[in-house]
Design a protein. Structure first.
Length: 138
């Protein structure tokens, strides 16, 4: 007879017979409760993991839907060249990360341009103010 050990609520290891009822005198034993708790915990962990993976997949699909036609074709070509599912997933992640990097660089350049325009405008205004003050004072 094969026995599986489960960790019960108290922390001590108790044996439960595989395929047999856990108690001969009615009511079930502590081993059956620990088995039920373990099943519940495993279910909860797998449920949370599946939810997390679902959110990641939704984020990937949302990013992929934001691609323009040329980017989508480029991604399709990269995916078709990948052999395994892991390689395809890695190719998608790498491509989307590269696109995000390009967007962030463009945003940074745009902000930098506005900053330089503002700085130039400020220098011109200060020049005018100092010119007027200099002209007034002689």
């Amino acid at each position: 007879m094969q026995t599986n050990n489960y960790l019960n609520v108290v922390g001590a290891s108790s044996g439960a017979s595989a395929g047999a009822s856990s108690g001969s005198s009615g009511g079930g034993g502590l081993g059956s409760w620990s088995a039920l708790i373990e099943v519940g915990i495993n279910f909860g962990v797998s449920y949370l993991t599946a939810k997390s993976e679902g959110r990641k997949n939704e984020a990937f699909l949302r990013k992929m839907s934001e691609l323009d036609t040329a980017q989508a074709e480029k991604l399709k070509k990269i995916i078709s060249e990948s052999a395994t599912e892991n390689a395809k997933t890695k190719a998608i992640i790498d491509f989307l990360n590269q696109e995000d990097i390009k967007k962030l660089e463009a945003e940074r350049k745009r902000k930098k341009t506005f900053l330089l325009i503002g700085l130039g405008f400020t220098v011109v205004l200060l020049g005018i103010v100092f010119y007027k003050l200099n002209k007034q004072n002689g």
